[in-house]
Each structure stands twice: as C-alpha cells, then as structure tokens.
Design a protein. Structure first.
Length: 577
C-alpha cells in the first residue's frame, strides 16, 4: 500500500468519525466554491472564451464617437459605405442592422413570428464562417434591385424544414414579399446577433437609405495580416476628418472608434462582472476562514491522537501531510457539490449581470479546470494554518493526563484573527449588498412615466402586399382595436411602434425651428415613437397640456406631434410649445 493511499484512508476514517463537522464544512465550502465557479464560467463565456469565428482576435467593432468621446453608438449607412471605400488596413468591413425586427412568416400551421435583420453581403465572409448548406450572398445580390434572396439561421432551418440542407431553395414570404433561401447560417453567428432571417443590405434601400444622422448600423471589420489596431485606428481618424470636412452639417465632430470585437460586446457589463467576481471571491474567503476556525477547534480535541502518532514514530512532516490530506479531501468533495450549485447559478448570473443570452455559460473544460484549481487551493488555504498549528507543539506532552485541551495563547490569537477577518470581510459584503439593494429599491420605486399594471402587449406585422399604404393599415388597426376592446375584461387598447423602455431605438436630432443649433454636438437627441389614438389613455399617461390624437389625425397629411415634458423644457423654455 502506497503512503498516499494510506493518508487518504486515514483521512476518510477521520472525517467519517465527525459527521457533524464534515457536513458543516462541506456545505460551507460548497457555497463558496460553487458561486466562484459559476461566476468564472459567466466571465469566461463572455470575456475570455474565444469567439466562434476564424481568427476572432483580428475582428474589431467600429462605433461612432462625438467630439473625441468614447464610441457609444453605431454608424450611419452613408458613413459605412464611405469608410469601406477608403479604408486600406481592413481586409473585411461589413455591417448589420442594430437589433432584429419581428416579422410574420406564413407557414403550414399558420403564421409564425420570426426575427429578421439586414446584413451586408460579405458579413459572414468577414466573420470567417462557412454556410451549413447552400452559399452566402454574392456581390451582385447586394446591389440595389437585386434578387429577393435570404439566408436563414441554423435553428430556424431545423425548426421549419427539419435540416439545413432541406431549407436551401425553399420560398417563404416575409416583410410583404416572397424570398428564396440560398444558405443556412451556423449557430455561431448568434454570438453577434440572434436572428432567424438575414436579408442582404443594399445601398439606397430600406434602412440603408437613411441619411447620415441616423446611426443604426453595427459595423464589424477584420484587420489585414500584419496590421495593428493602432494603425487601423489612425487610418479611421484620417478618413473621418475628411468626412467632417466633406459633410460638415452631419459629420462635424464625428469620429470612429475601433475596439476588439469581443471586448466591445461586453463593454457595458464588464464592471458588473468584475464586481460580482470580487463579491463571490470574498464569500469564498469567508468560507475558508470559517472552516479554518472549525479545524483549529477540532485540532484542540485531537492533540492526544496526534501525540500518539508522534510517540510511535510519525514525524512532524507526516502529521502535516495527514492533516492536509483531510483538508484536500474535504475541499474536493465540496468542489463536486459546488458544481451542482454552479449548474444552477450559471442560468441566473447572465440576467443579474445584464448579459442576457450573451452571457450564456457552460461548465466546459476550462471551467472545470478552474473549479478543480479553486478546490485544491481552498483546501490548502484553510488547511495549512491548522495543520502547522496542530503539529508545532511538543506532541509528546499531549500524552500527559493533566494537559488542558483549551489551547495555548497562540491558538487563541489565531482563532481570534480568523474571527476578525471573517467579520471584516462580511462587513465589506454587507455594505456592498446594502448599497445594491438601496439602488435597486430606488430604481424600482422610480415611476416609469406610465402604469404597467394589467397591461398586455403583442406584435402585429401587416403584409405589404395586402396593406400597401398607411390608410389600409389604419383601417385594419381601427377594426382590430374595436374587436379587442369589445372583449370581456379589456378596458382600452392602442398601438405604439416601440414598446417603452424595452425598445430604446429610433432616435433623431431635434431642435426648435426658430433656434437651430450651430454645431452637431449641440443638437438634442429625441426618441421618436408612432402611436395611435388612445395610447396615452391605455397606459394612463396624463396630458399636461394640449390634446390627444384623434381618428381624423390618422388620415390627415398635416404633420402634428405630442412631445414629452422634458423636450418642452429643453427646446421651449418658459413658453407654451
């Protein structure tokens, strides 16, 4: 029998003799190790795990900046096309529309709501992806008036057609016109944007026809071999200075910031992730201090046992190895229990950190290796001090029947230091938790400007071939509104183009016509929403002055609007807007 096997058998026997201590230590450590593993899995999946694209480290994201500030928005379509034509340091420069829109697609079992977005024809080549079936868009299919072709996502192809191969060549109707599926996108593309249907971006059509003031295209580029990010950034600075001179009305003060793709995708959540990692690290340290204190207390009752070992020839080194083996077995068993807890926590942490689907994590190889490393380090961390303390005294004296088992001054001071450390770490966590709870409470108590109680939402996408103009759409919506409001339990119904809070898109510059701004940076940005009569009544939003829209307004050609109180104060201070 090897010496290691002997140590393990003796450690198991010792732990089983004290089931209360063993169970308490197991649960305490499992909480700390499980939380730490789950947090690392989330951080690894979002920030460290390589993106599923070819040479992902060469991919960058381009974002608009104003007056030298950080990149905080997407690009306009004209800026993207100009930048693509002039950039020399990038091997691929592509774009996709920010966010996916929901559209209806007729099928065998009725109408299905799917997600659709526009992407440049070379988007998937830029990412380094290969189609699961079929092919990507050709350059000609990205020209204005090109063929009505689309590519679909892997999940959609399997859900509707059974496989990627069967999807290619199928005809579907979406956004009011027929399309032919020419390729299937692998699930890896979901890392960038989770959508079902990809439509080719065409200059001068749909959202790609929007003017330079609309920054609604997410731009992804690939650096040429040997070209650094700094070199590409310098070139982008030169190009955007040229655009500012060429288009001063829209581009004065506008710049472009290039960042690594992976870092930019989790930029907003990075502080929260690091904060949570620090918090769970403190939880693990508190757990280690707790178990170390238990081991010190347990060691006081084992002096006689250890003295007998020393009396029959065990060296101090062997006693330390024996005690450390017990600690390591305890931490490894706690690590296994912690993995069960981590399996649950990885489903919750992305929502807490704000990552959503972007932070989906799995307990794969690197995470398991991290968990094993943490378990071993934890076993050494909480076991080394009690082991050294228990073996540091003259164990032969412990055989004396008159020996006190309460421990000497050094042991008492060590236990006191552990208690002080636990209280200090707990205080840090308590203060941090209190601040987070207070922030959450204040945010929850903040009135959103409408009454969300008992409000249900739905989505309507009208086929363009059957509803070619706004009058036809309005007639349908008015008829549907009357039918829904006739249902029992429904008090009112209306429509809005973007749900409040959930859809923070469609912003545009606004100013008072008698006080135009001199610079682009001085223009106020406003969210624009299209609503139908009754919207404010349905969400119980009070009108401070003026009137609501009427049915006549729906068919009138006169441009009218209702503005927010904030906009009235900013653009029309001291007067009735």
């Amino acid at each position: 029998m090897s010496l290691l096997t002997l140590y393990i058998k003796q450690a198991l026997r010792s732990l089983l003799k004290s089931p209360g201590f063993t169970l308490t230590a197991l649960l305490t450590l499992a909480l700390g190790i499980g939380a730490t593993t789950a947090m690392f899995a989330t951080i690894y999946g979002a920030m460290l795990k390589p993106l599923p694209f070819k040479e992902a480290s060469r991919l960058v994201m381009a974002r608009t900046s104003t007056n030298g500030g950080p990149g905080d928005s997407s690009l306009s379509a004209p800026d993207y096309f100009d930048f693509k034509e002039r950039a020399q340091s990038l091997r691929g420069l592509s774009a996709l529309l920010t966010g996916a829109q929901k559209v209806t697609v007729p099928g065998r079992d009725g109408v299905e709501i799917v997600r659709a977005t526009y992407g440049a024809p070379d988007l998937f080549e830029t990412l380094g992806l290969q189609p699961l079936a079929g092919r990507w868009f050709s350059p000609e299919e990205g020209n204005p008036g090109g063929p009505a072709v689309i590519v679909v996502g892997q999940a959609y192809a399997r859900r509707r057609y059974g496989s990627a191969v069967e999807a290619v060549g199928q005809a579907i109707t979406a956004m009011g016109k027929p399309w032919t599926i020419i390729g299937v996108v692998p699930a890896a593309a979901d890392k960038l944007l989770e959508t079902d249907i990809w439509v080719p971006m065409r200059r001068g059509e749909e959202d790609a026809a929007a003017p330079r003031k609309y920054n609604n295209w997410q731009v992804v580029a690939r650096l040429k071999p040997g070209v650094s990010l700094r070199t590409a950034q310098s070139e982008a600075d030169v190009i955007f200075r040229q655009l500012a001179q060429q288009y001063p009305d829209s581009n004065k003060g506008k710049g472009l910031v290039l960042d690594p793709l992976q870092a930019s995708m989790v930029e907003e959540q990075r502080p929260m992730l690091l904060l949570l990692m620090g918090a769970v690290g403190l939880v693990l340290l508190i757990a280690c201090a707790n178990v170390a204190g238990l081991l010190l207390a347990r060691g006081a009752s084992r002096h006689t046992e250890l003295a007998v070992r020393a009396a029959i020839g065990a060296s101090r080194r062997q006693v330390i190895f024996q005690l450390l083996t017990e600690s390591l077995l305890l931490s490894l068993a706690s690590g296994l229990l912690g993995l069960i807890l981590a399996k649950v926590l990885v489903q919750v942490l992305p929502m807490i950190s704000g990552l959503g689907d972007q932070g989906a994590a799995t307990l794969d190889g690197p995470v398991l290796a991290f968990s094993l490393g943490v378990s071993l380090l934890t076993g050494i961390l909480f076991g080394i001090m009690p082991a050294l303390r228990a073996s540091s005294e003259n164990l032969a004296k412990d055989l004396s029947p008159s020996r006190k088992t309460t421990g000497n001054k050094t042991s008492v001071r060590l236990r006191s230091a552990l208690v002080v450390g636990q209280v200090g770490l707990s205080l840090v966590l308590l203060v941090g938790s209190g601040m987070l709870i207070r922030s959450f409470t204040r945010q929850s108590a903040t009135h959103p400007g409408f009454d969300p109680r008992q409000v249900l939402t739905g989505m309507i996408d009208l086929p363009r071939d059957r509803y070619p103009n706004s009058d036809r759409c309005n007639q349908f919506l008015e008829a549907l509104k009357a039918d829904v409001e006739a249902l029992p339990g429904v008090s009112s119904m209306s429509y809005i183009s973007h749900l409040p809070v959930l859809h923070p898109f469609s912003d545009l510059a606004a100013w008072a016509s008698d006080a135009p701004p001199a610079l682009l940076a001085e223009r106020e940005m406003a969210y624009r929403r299209a609503v139908l009569p009754g919207y404010f009544q349905t969400l119980r939003i009070p009108l401070l002055v003026g009137r609501d829209f009427t049915s006549a307004d729906m068919y009138s050609k006169t441009p009218i609007m209702i503005i927010s109180q904030h906009m009235a104060k900013v653009l029309f201070p001291g007067r009735n807007p």
